[in-house]
Write a protein that binds this ligand. Structure first.
Ligand SMILES: [Zn+2]
Length: 153
């Protein structure tokens, strides 16, 4: 269920996403919040910056959050990301036992949180986070669209 704080979390993820532009990375940002709303970690997509195919914003943010917490289980945590997670990130989110996932724009080509697949809420899995999609979706989509428009130009 949508919570007013989700819009703030998405705002923070959008801010983080813009940092990816410096390295020519697709501007996607993610933030991990503890159960009490405290920010544990934030990261932007860094595939180009790190030359790493797995350096998606969600994976980097989950790793950093686990470092802060001191264990791999992010019980009670919320992950907010500007774009619907892919299959890899949905898998990582499940492994981290994240409780809620809030995302901005839907990604019909690769989305694994309700678009192409719904890995996060697959009933065959024991751990299924709550998913809230489409939060500040217009802003999240506009950021991506302007990035790809610049690249085509
Ligand atoms: Zn991903």
């Amino acid at each position: 269920m949508f919570r007013p704080a989700d819009e703030l979390a998405l705002g923070r993820a959008l801010e983080v996403a813009r940092a990816a532009l410096v390295t020519g990375d697709v501007p996607i940002g993610a933030v991990v919040l503890a159960a009490d709303g405290t920010e544990l970690a934030a990261a932007c997509n860094a595939r180009e910056a790190l030359g790493d195919p797995t350096a998606h914003a969600e994976v980097l943010a989950l790793r950093a959050a686990a470092q802060v917490v001191g264990e791999w289980r992010l019980t009670g945590a919320t992950l907010a990301v500007t774009v619907e997670p892919c299959t890899m990130c949905a898998g990582a989110i499940g492994l981290a036992r994240v409780e809620r996932v809030v995302f901005g724009a839907w990604e019909p080509k690769t989305g694994a949180a309700g678009s192409l697949w719904d890995v996060l809420r697959d009933r065959r899995l024991a751990h299924r986070p709550e998913v809230v999609g489409g939060v500040r979706a217009g802003e999240a989509a506009a950021l991506l669209e302007s990035f790809f428009a610049d690249h085509r130009a």
